[in-house]
Design a protein around this ligand. Structure first.
Ligand SMILES: [Zn+2]
Length: 343
């Protein structure tokens, strides 16, 4: 008989005394002794391996609590057989994510305007320079795209390689599409598209409904006009209702938004487009807090993805206008998002 003992220490639950490759890690193992009849070192090793595998397979519940010295009586309590529950190729199968940034309610132009502040940071930042985004604009509101300053801003935005699409084409501005008759909605969308084409020569064939409000009738109108409704997987919740409140804990908020994205990917609700999973993130370029913290938001997105174990594409944001537009159109056509309701 040989006694085999390892020193006891508190282990975090992720620590395994057997690693994924099956190497013994006696320095990290809980304290316990095994008495085994041993004929030779190789026989001991074989018996230990059999004992370990048998114990791991016999474990019905994977404890969430840390393993402590109190668990000595049950040496394998708390051990999570990672190598058994995650096939190695499962991780490899996961496509990397690429953030598809969208901004609603602008343009916010002029010397103190938020849109130019955001554009500067998208172009030049330490996270991913040259980011291209989609701006869902209010094309006819006098203080947005309906005045000369707003029109100049729309020209600047698309000249910088971003895409413009309709949020509302009404002079009244931010009116939910669900409040309009189908005829009025169709007219306003056509007029909004014409406003964008007049400044940019091109309009992205996607639409973001104001207040996220949509129904079968509005969706039928979008389809009729060849527009895809693009909602979002994650929201910064920086719209006028949430604004300052959420900005105080925007890091933890984004971590939980991307946790939802991870779940949607795991259940194949989000599928890759051109080799990457586009993750649509909604901001408001009319929010001056968002504008002054845009670079920080970019870092928060990347950090939150890593925190959730989501592999990032290189670059982690769209920097190619054509790829951005294709991803947006495909995601809108699929009509499935990590979120199922929107703020
Ligand atoms: Zn809006």
């Amino acid at each position: 008989m040989a006694a085999l003992c390892w020193g006891g220490k508190v282990l975090p639950r992720a620590d395994l005394w057997l690693t994924q490759t099956g190497d013994a890690r006696p320095e990290a193992a809980p304290s316990f002794c095994m008495r085994l009849p041993v004929a030779s070192p190789s026989s001991l090793l074989r018996r230990l391996t059999i004992a370990a595998v048998t114990a791991l397979l016999a474990l019905p519940a994977l404890a969430e609590e840390p393993v402590t010295v109190a668990d000595i009586g049950e040496p394998f309590a708390g051990a999570r057989p990672v190598s058994l529950e995650k096939a190695p190729d499962a991780a490899q199968e996961r496509s990397p994510i690429r953030f598809l940034l969208t901004f609603d309610d602008g343009p916010d132009s002029g010397p103190d305007g938020s849109t130019p502040v955001i554009l500067r940071q998208l172009a030049d930042n330490p996270v991913a320079p040259g980011i291209k985004a989609i701006f869902f604009v209010l094309t006819a509101h006098p203080r947005r795209g309906g005045g000369p300053a707003g029109q100049a801003q729309m020209r600047d935005t698309c000249a910088a390689g971003h895409l413009l699409a309709v949020h509302s084409g009404l002079p009244e501005g931010h009116v939910p599409h669900t409040r309009l008759t189908p005829e009025k909605l169709a007219d306003s969308l056509r007029s909004g598209e014409a406003d964008i084409v007049a400044q940019c020569g091109h309009v992205a064939l996607v639409v973001r409904p104001p207040d996220w409000a949509h129904n079968d009738t509005t969706e039928a109108v979008y389809r009729q006009l060849g527009l895809g409704m693009l909602m979002a997987d994650a929201s910064a919740r920086d719209g006028k209702i949430y604004g300052w409140h959420i900005s105080l804990r925007r890091r933890s908020h984004m971590v939980s938004e991307l946790e939802r994205v991870g779940r949607a990917m795991a259940t194949h609700r989000l599928e890759p487009v051109d080799g990457v999973v586009p993750v649509v993130v909604a901001f408001h370029d009319t929010n001056d807090f968002t504008a002054s913290h845009m670079t920080e938001y970019l870092q928060i997105l990347v950090d939150a993805a890593r925190e959730n174990g989501l592999p990032l594409a290189d670059p982690p944001f769209y920097t190619d206008t054509g790829a951005l537009e294709h991803a947006a159109v495909v995601r809108a056509a699929a009509g499935v998002y990590a979120r199922e309701s929107w703020p």
